[in-house]
Write a protein that binds this ligand. Structure first.
Ligand code: 13P
Length: 257
């Protein structure tokens, strides 16, 4: 049985004080829930990691970074390493988000190096994959998913693949309010799981968590979570408000697999 994982990607939002306020509010709302069945992860900007880490210390909420560089230390101005994320209290790290692929030159090759660096530093990588609108319209969704999954995971063995979470984020659904339908999401998740089964065997593929991301809101989380291959959500906009993120977590918990 795969444990549900709901993560909030705060992107380029929240000053330190705002991040403390948001995480304090989430602590109040989520501290008492039965967290046995769910991993809750907050991914603030780098500047707020330490402050949020203090707020959620010894709680049922985990901390994650939004990116990392694959070298632990060195002359790489502006970069943050896995070792530094770990030091700041992180257990997770988002890798290969479409915004990084689109605007910052992220490739399958850099994604692959980052996944390996995350694992070495005992961080759980949340590896994002997903197609652009024009790729979907051209009938290339599965080709893109195959490219992202297969090439992003090059050299990752059976032991390490179990330490990874995959996030399917169709780019056309990110920040647009246009969520993939539960059927579209399930179809993509099933394709990814079948591909993982070809690469690693069915038994391992059945254990890998695949989150959905793209305009997830309190009013669509339940139908999405009911899909058999959907194991959680990576939430952008709706993770920036206490009420909407807590509601998403609570509603996800209600869906018993
Ligand atoms: P939205 O929930 O704002 O569409 O963002 C999704 C996302 O990119 C999460 O990583």
């Amino acid at each position: 049985m795969r444990k549900t994982i709901i993560a909030g990607n705060w992107k380029l939002y929240k000053t330190i004080n705002e991040a403390i306020e948001l995480s304090n509010g989430l602590m109040r709302d989520l501290f008492k829930i039965d967290s046995q069945g769910i991993d809750i992860v907050l991914c603030p900007p780098f500047t707020a990691l330490s402050s949020v880490s203090e707020v959620i210390l010894e709680s049922n909420i985990y901390l994650g970074g939004q990116d990392l560089y694959w070298v632990d230390e060195g002359a790489f101005t502006g970069e943050i390493s896995g070792k530094m994320l770990k030091d700041a209290g992180c257990s997770f790290v988002i890798i290969g988000h479409s915004e990084r692929r689109q605007f910052f030159g992220e490739t399958n090759e850099t994604v692959n190096k980052k996944i390996k660096a995350a694992i070495v530093n005992s961080l759980t990588p949340i590896v994002c994959v997903g197609e652009l609108l024009k790729e979907r319209e051209a009938g290339k969704t599965f080709d893109v998913l195959k490219d992202h999954v297969q090439n992003g995971l090059t050299g990752i063995d059976k032991e390490d693949i179990l330490k990874i979470v995959i996030a399917y984020e169709p780019v056309w659904a990110i920040g647009t309010g246009k969520t993939a339908t539960p059927v579209q999401a399930q179809e993509a998740h099933k394709y990814i799981r079948d591909l993982l089964a070809k690469l690693y065997g069915q038994d391992i593929a059945d254990q890998i968590r695949i989150q959905y991301g793209g305009s997830v809101k309190p009013d669509n989380i339940v139908e999405l979570m009911k899909q058999p291959d959907l194991d959680g959500a990576l939430v952008g906009g709706a993770s920036l408000q206490i009420n909407s993120f807590s509601e998403i977590v609570k509603k996800a918990l209600e869906v018993i697999k």
